[in-house]
Design a protein around this ligand. Structure first.
Ligand SMILES: [Zn+2]
Ligand SMILES: [Zn+2]
Ligand SMILES: [Zn+2]
Length: 280
């Protein structure tokens, strides 16, 4: 499978409107961070996206996305959802399912109420079907298959909110336990419940919320994110949902120091950036 980080920025995006800090003025393209989102493409061409933030259209153009089979949501905060209308041209031939948990589904129906009313002629609407992921027991959900891709929801804490991360496997159930082919996406995360740890396993690729160095009530900081990744045994670790306190280069240094201090070998840790492509 191929993964593309469509956006690696925190809720307001970087540069921040009206901010003159060194990061917001940086000429390095890796310091331009759009709202957090991940594109996933299977080896048979199956295509999905996790979250559709306000820049979804620009991100999809830049990544050359021409097809979508499903949208997955982590939660319904504006920076993860409000670009959803822009899936319109990609949903004309067949309805596009939007997989999410019940709270996100309720929010989606409210914020995009025009999609579900017969009040508008012309102008077009996205052809989406909100799809609540099936829950056989409280807090336990069934994975979603898109062709050979399998996306499994992972409950995480985002401050007081319960939201979802997503584990991505390819190749059917027999290979799904082969962690060398697993990627896990945990944006907007401040804690992982013990019950979610076995669902995550030790993924080859972990893209994880790392807002800044200072603590934050609803997001991991760099240190918490890297410690969490270490505890999980992830091999390639990328921080995302990054704010404007540090340049890409400085975060690379931070991660290098973190690994050197602990003499870590055989793993990599660093900041994600918009347009980052990963193969698995
Ligand atoms: Zn967010
Ligand atoms: Zn700034
Ligand atoms: Zn959020």
């Amino acid at each position: 499978m191929k993964l593309i980080v469509l956006g690696s920025g925190t809720s307001h995006g970087i540069p921040v409107l009206g901010c003159d800090c060194a990061v917001c003025r940086s000429p390095d393209p890796k310091d331009k961070r759009m709202r957090a989102s991940l594109y996933i493409e299977g080896n048979s061409g199956e295509a999905a996206v996790i979250d559709t933030g306000p820049e979804f259209r620009l991100q999809a153009l830049r990544a050359g996305i021409r097809r979508l089979d499903a949208v997955f949501l982590t939660h319904a905060h504006a920076d993860h959802l409000h670009g959803l209308d822009d899936v319109r041209p990609l949903s004309q031939e067949k309805p596009l399912p939007v997989y999410c948990d019940r709270p996100a589904l309720e929010e989606l129906k409210e914020r995009f109420s025009y999609v579900f009313k017969i009040t508008q002629r012309g102008g077009g609407k996205p052809n989406i079907i909100p799809a609540e992921i099936a829950a056989p027991a409280p807090g336990v959900w069934i994975a979603v298959n898109i062709g050979n891709l399998r996306l499994s929801p992972i409950p995480v804490k985002h401050g007081a909110l319960d939201i979802l991360g997503w584990r991505i496997d390819e190749g059917g159930s027999s290979q799904a336990d082969d962690s060398t082919r697993t990627a896990v996406y945990l944006t907007d995360t401040s804690a992982i419940p013990d019950t979610s740890l076995p669902l995550i396993g030790s993924p080859e690729i972990l893209i994880i919320d790392g807002l800044r160095t200072k603590p934050h009530e609803t997001h991991f900081n760099f240190e918490q994110a890297l410690h969490t990744a270490l505890g999980l045994g992830a091999k390639q670790v990328f921080l995302t949902h990054i704010c404007h306190d540090y340049t890409h280069q400085k975060i690379e240094e931070y991660c290098r120091n973190f690994m050197q201090e602990r003499e870590l070998k055989g793993i990599s840790m660093g900041p994600a950036f918009d347009g980052l492509e990963l193969e698995l």
